[in-house]
Design a protein. Sequence first.
Length: 469
Amino acid sequence: MECFSKESIFWLFGVAVPMFMAYNGGATAATVDTLQQSGGWSETSLGFLGAMDKIGMTLSAGIWGYVLQSVSSKVLLSLGLLVNVLASAVFAMTMNSYVMYSTKLLIGMSEGLQWVWAPLWVVKWADEASLPLWINLSGCVAAGVGSGLGMLVAGFSTARGLPYAVPFQIEAAVLFLLLLLMMLTPGARLAISSAGTRDGVKQDMLQFERRLIRSLSDLPTAGLMESQDEPRPRARARTGSFLTTIRVSEDLTLCQQLGILWSNSLFCRATVAFASSNYINAGLAFIWIRLFIQLWTMEKQMSVVSFLVITGVGGAIGICLSSSIQQGNNMRRILLFLRKAMAASCLGALVTVAGLLLQLHNYTNYALATLSLTWAGMVLLCIGLGATTGLIQIVCNNSVENEKGANNFIGNSLGPLLPQMVMEFVIVFAGASEGQALVSGAVSIVGAALLVFGCVTSALARVARNTES
């Protein structure tokens, strides 16, 4: 039937479902100030609330690939979506911190299932021409649009005096409609494999992973890996984590597998750089609204729009600048570009901090100038991050031979949490005001650009040494 075409299923369950699951993170960031005004929330507890769904994704994603080998995709996805709907509805009905932590954890765990299933389904059903586009749409595009939509809806609704629960009720309603449509969809159209046995499904998943890796990067692996003195056993793919997919050797223990990754310094540096970039993006989203409301007494709607415009425009410019590099096949050239882009991000971070500090010291006659300075720094920071994120993934993906390091979402967990802990520390031990605490949190976020720059520079030096040898 036409209503169950692969294109319809892709847009409904490969794009709309992950988009409205990611919506929750943006809506949470936009309602933090409302929760804070209700009382009973410390800075650290708010950080845990923002990080809890990412923690759930981290804890669960490693097992979903194995479960998908044994359980029908339709059954598993329907149960996961039902859990997400119920958790979102409960999250909207209470302000009890422990209940909200628990529901956010469940939201993240069910979202982790979606992020494991979607790329496997896309690789099975998409043709060669549409595969890269579908992967991007179901991944970073769906997540970015969903988070931005959540922030927009939650920011504007709470600014107009509506209860914080409204944006989450909208989320639960939309996901419930998608659940009904999923239940009407034939199970075969949602399957990631047509094999009838567990081993057959596993082999299909391995083939899909290889095809996915080829579609994401055409960089040759020769000369990119750290040399290893000992021969390695034949490897198989261990699919099941959208956080880290590791190609594990049959005869090695988990500790030995991780030891091989740890000994590969290029992989480690690329992973730290990617996690740090995610940390900056997640941290800015969580602190932005409160920062500009507190320091510039900005209207909440204006603060929301400024975040979406500045991060969106900056990221788009960065992606355009890096587009010609992404098709290249020279690792050193990529790392040279990354170093320049992150140098620009570091400059943007310094400009941002300067603008925040000037405004913090009550130079109110120059509020427009300090705001312009801060926004200019943010744009430059976002341009550098937008230009580097995808390229860092390519470096990470191609810096290992039998092991495959991919998206590291640890940064997304620490992004909301660590700055909030810094804020509480300066409030408790230094007697800082709310404005001073927010600036301290912002500095802890944008300062991570220096870490990314250091990792990229170190990786470039490592590649240069390997090339010479």
